[in-house]
Design a protein around this ligand. Sequence first.
Ligand code: FE
Length: 231
Amino acid sequence: MNLKALHKIGYGLYIVGSKRANRFNGQIANTVFQTTSEPPTVAVCINKQNLTHEFIKESRVFSASVLAKETPMKFIGQFGFKSGRDIDKFQDVKYKVGATGAPIVLENTISFLEAEVINNVDVGTHTIFIGKIVNADIIREGEPMTYAYYHEVKKGKAPKTAPTYIKEEKPKEAKKMEKYVCTVCGYVYDPDAGDPDSGIEPGTPFEELPDDWVCPICGAGKEDFEEEISS
Ligand code: FE
């Protein structure tokens, strides 16, 4: 058996939101899919440990905001690698309260839907919530982010983009620029690619990153990075 076969399944990337009283929470999820068209229903698969799970279980409503392809990693990190138990994820994010009362993210979002839970399935670590869609709309035209794009391109595994002039400028004895791995989320800082979302140009060694630079995915500081051991 080769479970890598599972990596070939295609997904999108979404913010699934819900509410508790006046409090909102949302999280990144790749498992949002339409289950029937008549009536229109949708399923989401949410980890039982997440605050969003608690909120959906109690409120019986959820929203799903479909992220655009160009969504910055920092934005994804805000919802994906932080817990609503520690921060209010919606504090600095543009959103609106939907018909169900669940929050709909308006930034980096191309469409959304809201649903009322009609069924749920316990699948061990996760719960699949199935909801009847009660509200949905397009926010703007654009391409949705796919899970494959998020992993392959946004996470720095893109083809090298270092401009050749940088290589020519480097003295021959210059130490090879090393990649650094975030010990919190696994993001790899590749000096050849830099971190354009945060204004870091390609060709910037890890050592020369500003002290206040943080992991674009999870927000961890430079001190949480380790040199990547290349095999
Ligand atoms: Fe990180």
